[in-house]
Write a protein that binds this ligand. Structure first.
Ligand SMILES: [Zn+2]
Length: 273
């Protein structure tokens, strides 16, 4: 599960280790992940530095010192590792793309529907233009959130995971946010009062800030030094807790399909509005 908090965690850890380091080597084993032929792609990256890393929705954008961007989409189950060049052979052989920064190498593994594209600033903007607003952007506030949700109809969960409506959330955090807001994932947005939308806003911020602080729910650590990734798993209140007691009301957490998505919720203390 890779959603906003997991990618923020990777961004933080990667930023501590690869910023302003020169790219010294590029190996591409699966060229379907990149957006030009391997030789040209590798040559353009060679010798460049990463100035900073940005997260947009569920993607990472590496800003290079020549104005270009590397846009990384890990899909549902992709994995990043940052290790010394001398890692175990399995990981080395399985890397779909490997980018070396001196004695460190960034390895991409297990990416099925994702990609890593080298783009101009304009191309990157175009590729990201279908994303909705960022929830943690400085420009996001209660008023903007209310305006956005007041215009939207349909199920709460469907709206939360809709990347063109708001960017970064998936199945997991949508359920945690709905629980925090005491709203059912199937609640209809058109039925929500102004007060409920305000509660939803604060719940969204609380869940995201807590999840980032504890390192998200990711399964795969960046490297052996990464003691952050996955720390939020012991703080979740509904995800994969079906059959257990709700910590707010004591009823049993349930699992169901909502809008054809696996959904965890408490039918007792989460309400329609
Ligand atoms: Zn409950």
């Amino acid at each position: 599960m890779l959603e906003l908090p997991e990618l923020e965690t990777y961004k933080k850890l990667l930023s501590e280790q690869i910023i302003n380091k020169r790219i010294t080597g590029v190996q591409v084993k699966e060229d379907k992940l990149i957006n030009s032929d391997t030789a040209a792609w590798s040559k353009q990256l060679q010798g460049r530095e990463v100035l900073f890393i940005e997260r947009r929705g569920k993607q990472l954008l590496f800003h290079l010192d020549n104005g270009k961007r590397l846009l990384l989409n890990l899909g549902a189950a992709g994995q990043i590792q940052l290790n010394g060049l001398e890692v175990d052979e399995g990981s080395h052989a399985n890397a779909q793309v490997m980018i070396s920064f001196g004695d460190q190498a960034l390895r991409l593994l297990g990416i099925r529907q994702g990609y890593i594209h080298l783009l101009s600033a304009k191309e990157a903007d175009q590729e990201l233009s279908n994303l909705g607003p960022e929830l943690l952007d400085r420009k996001m506030n209660l008023e903007k959130f209310q305006t956005l949700f007041a215009r939207k109809r349909g199920m709460l969960k469907s709206a939360l995971v809709n990347q063109s409506f708001i960017a970064g959330l998936g199945n997991g955090y949508a359920d945690e946010i709905a629980f925090e807001a005491a709203l059912l994932p199937s609640a209809k947005l058109q039925d929500l009062s102004e007060e409920s939308i305000e509660r939803l806003y604060h719940s969204t911020m609380t869940v995201l800030h807590d999840a980032i602080e504890y390192g998200g729910m990711g399964e795969e650590r960046l490297n052996a030094k990464d003691d952050l990734t996955g720390g939020y798993k012991s703080h979740v209140r509904v995800i994969e807790r079906d059959g257990q007691a709700c910590e707010r009301c004591g009823a049993t957490i349930q699992k169901a399909e909502v809008g054809s998505r696996k959904t965890y919720y408490c039918a007792s203390c989460q309400k329609e509005k």
